[in-house]
Design a protein around this ligand. Sequence first.
Ligand SMILES: Nc1ccc(Cl)cc1-c1cn[nH]n1
Length: 409
Amino acid sequence: MEHEDKSESLQNLEEFHISEEYGFVLPDPLTELPDYYAPWMNVAANLPHLIEGHQLRREVAKMPLLSTRYLRGHRQLRLARLALGFITMGYVWQGGGRQTVKILPRALAVPYCTISELLDLPPILVYADCVLANWKKRDPCGPLNAENLDILFSFPGGDSNKGFFLVSLLVEAAAAAGIKAIPIIVNAILHHGLCSLETALQDVALSICKMREAFKLIHEGVNPGAFFRSLRIYLSGWKDNFLMPEGLVYEGVWDSPKQFFGGSAAQSSTLQCFDVLLGIQHSAAQGFSAEYLGCMRDYMPAAHRAFIQTLASGPSLRQFVLATGDAGLHAAFNKCVSELAALRSYHMQIATKYITIPAGRCQAEQQQLGGCVHEGTSVLSERGTGGTGFMGFLKAIRDTTRKAQLTEQ
Ligand SMILES: Nc1ccc(Cl)cc1-c1cn[nH]n1
């Protein structure tokens, strides 16, 4: 397809399930399903209580095998997937990683895999579930801000769940203005609109700066110990995880166990979108494979994956800016790169506070008291929620981002 055609297809963000106001966030997620699905919704709504009371596995064993035929439309499918995803993670990790299970019962596995196939997403909780679709406004007419938001489902870990998922949501919402500028950028390249291009790049840079500002809310919203000891465990996956070396059997779906990565910020379409826009290509780095980021696209909603792929196959912004030799465009492009690098540096600071430092304390406890509750999950203390060598991963992508600056003309 010629660049012109691609530009046309990128102009209509709605076609890619992207909202001008919310970006990749699912606007106005549903909060209820038809009463037929009450067995799912009741368990998902009471997950922290059921897990802490060691009652979840018993409740799942009682769950009927429900048909997915009464689910209507994208939002009902997303809500059903969200509920089943939370229950699945709770079911697998309720022992904190020490008493893992090998089989997901069919009452969960069959509908979860059916819905996941319809949405072209893996049968494991992903960023698009727990961040992009796990929210509601307290006052529907009110603003999208921390005071007017709540989450739909939680794991054990108290209010830190709400803080973690809602701060991530606000980071994604801050990106909306930058994502909205992408079709303008592509159009400007194809029609040599240098002024509109410079303005659109300034919008992208400002949007990324606002993402970092939103990220700062994590300090008041999330307790490091609650995140490290609890929430993080429930976001873990069963691929490259020594606690579940073979993966998980999805009873009634596949005979052999399957492996899937845990939730990760690498599943954010926003970050991969800005990388593609700016021509930033990440390679292999300590603790994670080069194809990991590519693989994470399979953990994004299909329409968002398609947007990134269409953008990647379009004209190169980097080459265009270089070819113009325009100082204003050069500066605006580099401002986008420096803001993205600053966001990634900040992410490293947050990971240090919420994973590296608590992990060090946990290991010190192990040595002194002979038992840190997470000794069975020590591999995760070296890794982020997505099961990767997380600090090496974060540093590598931050450093690659920094190197993407256009050098002096
Ligand atoms: N913010 C997030 C939100 C959801 C999930 Cl699943 C993962 C993360 C994450 C992991 N590492 N940094 N952020």
